[in-house]
Design a protein around this ligand. Sequence first.
Ligand code: HSE
Length: 402
Amino acid sequence: MINVGVFGYGTVGSGVVEVLSENSDVIARKVGDKVCVKSILDLRDFPGDPFEDRIVHDVNLVVNDPEISIICETMGGVGAAYKFTVMALEAGKSVCTSNKELVAMHGPELLKLAEDHNCSYKFEASVGGGIPILRPLQNAITADRILKLTGIVNGTTNYMLTKMTNEAADFATVLKEAQEMGYAELHPEADTEGLDAGRKLAILSSLVYGKTVKSEDIPTEGISGVSLRDIKYAEALGRKIKLLAKYEDSDNGAYACVAPFMVAKENPLYNVDDVFNAILVRGNMLGDAMFYGKGAGKLPTASAVCSDVVECACNLGKNVPCDWKDEDVKFTGFSKSVKRFFVRTAHPFARDSVLNTFEGAKLIDAGFADELGFVTAPMSEEEFKNAVTLFGKEVNFIRFED
Ligand code: HSE
């Protein structure tokens, strides 16, 4: 029997316990042995819970238990979760996690620690919830140069934008719903301000490069500035607003960014709604491949954590390698990256200024008489930022993704 410890009995941790017990027969067949939850570390007690007898409050009882060989870290955060992960890896126990913040911040260091102690650090659930994306990137799309990776990687904001689009629901109401469904982060600004998507993109692009892309180096904008008016304009343009996490290796240099985009109907990401996530990967030989599934929620995320448990259980006493070195990469291509921009402004001289300043701009009518909406011709971020200063603060803009 292979024993597992779980750190954190919240939404994902309780899902992990459920998956390991509910699917114990399938998992045993894949591993060739039974995989059981022996201890669950949490500050709280859970009277009446079927696993009440496994709850412990002292991390040492788990990391020093010679019968436990795999830990699922589902606590979140970078304080205790970091400390306990280090303790577990130093004790030679493999750690499987959904904690994207910790992976984005300390990934290579924890991978090295695992390697030094003949165990593994696995984090499939940290990006795209239940979607297998990190394993395919590392083990399947291995003969391609990745040219572009475009993802909807935050379930909360995709759920919110879908409801705002389909039901004209207001921001605060849909955020509350996403929280009730167990999609949102403890501090939901991490979702709405794009930080969670930025961390996931940092992990994805680090795996593409084999070196560290820091989330703080990724230009990041969230959806808190997206209004129902923007959504109406998007509809008038036959587009939908989506929070995209983008990595692109272009002639002007590679760049990564997170921001709301108006996505064209022809783009497969246009139809990715609700809590679903999708990652569109373009390889130089493969062309496009899309990975699609539930990006947040208890069981989808737990399913991904448990797929890592299966891999670790099949490789006990060994390190499952990961090509991610502790060496920083800085992208330089964002300001030179070219795209079209949707702009709306209430500036009194807007019409003349627009036509003079933005050559080839097209005015858009979405039925709002008190402002002007227009779409620019393709231009670089740098050119756009310089041109748009003309309107001072009276301007909102959203990038185009074709
Ligand atoms: N808050 C995250 C999301 C959870 O909404 O995508 C899954 O990582």
